[in-house]
Design a protein around this ligand. Structure first.
Ligand SMILES: [Zn+2]
Length: 361
């Protein structure tokens, strides 16, 4: 089973310590075999714990579907109900299919967590996952060893949510316009942490509305949404600590590069290499925080709608900047540079206050 980052993935979570994600790629173009597969042992799995007898279980169904029913599972809705699946399995929801990699841990509340996150995202941005116009049904199943489930959602009519066993090998969660790749550990109830779900599902929602807006805007939206929603739920927001600083907490990113030439810095980061300090995330979260503070949450929808007017790709800086200015103002980058020193300081201060109040630091 694959354990490297899927080459079909467009956008990823940002984790400084595991910057091993393949560079985000253009949609529709990437079916590279570079996502090497590694074999997992064929030992039969047994339930990890005996916490409960009401575990998720494989059930025979008689539904009239071409999908192999022996791989279909049901979910109890309870986090405490967990089991390990001994074969690639799937759960079918109304709008999505969840695939569980062989040997991964399945939590009974997986679908209800996803429902909750998707609902929150649609509410926040006023956009719908039901918009399929820009959804690309990538050929990932054979590539990543889910061949036994090839008939499931073969039309791509539903969203594919892929949950793999977390091997803690530096792989990170990813997303494209019709699929999300997550780890089973993302659903551990003791983590009390929806952050990663918000990040990836924000990507998914955005990518279904228009062509890709480029990695600065897309990762900005993912990272900003993750921080905001984690905090709104009263949970830890540790991922954000790599973007904020104060007199005590320092990060290896100097905001003055933005202040000096905000538009050029945007251009450079949009086509730059993620390995170079993940600047697209640094710039992106600041820029989205600024845009939301100026224009409200609706700015994400406005950007999406304006993007639909153009035929461009995610590295076409001229087109993306045109979309941004059309959605805001011609002097938006100058305004951003003016806002940044105080604006980001205030954002950082709020973050640290929150984390301290939660007893997290
Ligand atoms: Zn991301």
């Amino acid at each position: 089973m694959r354990k490297t980052i899927p080459a079909v993935a467009l956008l990823c979570a940002a984790m400084m310590i595991t910057a091993s994600c393949s560079k985000p790629v253009e949609k529709e173009t990437e079916t590279s075999a570079s996502a090497a597969s590694t074999t997992v042992s064929e030992t039969t799995s047994v339930p990890e714990t005996s916490e409960t007898s009401g575990t998720t279980q494989a059930t025979e169904t008689t539904e009239t579907t071409a999908a192999p029913s022996e791989f279909k599972i049901s979910l109890s809705g309870k986090a405490a109900d967990k089991t390990i699946v001994d074969k690639n399995s799937y759960y079918e929801g109304e709008d999505y299919v969840i695939y569980f990699e062989k040997d991964s841990t399945v939590y009974g509340d997986t679908a209800s967590r996803i429902d909750s996150v998707m609902h929150d995202m649609e509410e926040l941005y006023g956009m719908s996952y039901g918009n399929k116009e820009y959804a690309v049904n990538a050929e990932w199943k054979q590539l990543y060893g889910f061949g036994n489930l090839g008939q499931v959602n073969s039309s791509g009519d539903k969203i594919d949510i892929v949950i793999c066993k977390d091997m803690s090998d530096g792989s990170i969660e990813c997303c494209d316009s019709n699929a999300i790749f997550l780890f089973d550990s993302d659903f551990e109830p003791e983590r009390d942490n929806y952050s990663i779900l918000y990040h990836e599902f924000a990507h998914l929602l955005r990518l279904r509305q228009s062509p890709n807006l480029g990695k600065v805007l897309e990762e900005g939206i993912g990272s900003y949404t993750e921080d905001r929603m984690a905090r709104s739920r009263g949970e830890s927001a540790w991922d954000t600590i790599q973007y904020v600083s104060d007199d005590i907490h320092k990060i290896p990113y100097d905001d003055s590069v933005i202040v000096k030439d905000p538009e050029q810095e945007f251009r450079d980061n949009n086509i730059g290499d993620r390995a170079d300090g993940q600047k697209e995330y640094q710039y992106g979260i600041r820029f989205i925080a600024f845009l939301v503070s100026e224009y409200g949450d609706g700015i994400v929808k406005t950007l999406s709608e304006n993007a639909c007017k153009y035929d461009y790709d995610s590295k076409d800086n001229d087109a993306i900047i045109k979309i941004i200015k059309e959605s805001t103002s011609d002097d938006i980058f100058e305004r951003f540079a003016k806002w940044l020193p105080k604006g980001w300081k205030a954002y950082s201060r709020d973050y640290f206050k929150y984390m301290e109040k939660k007893g997290l630091m």
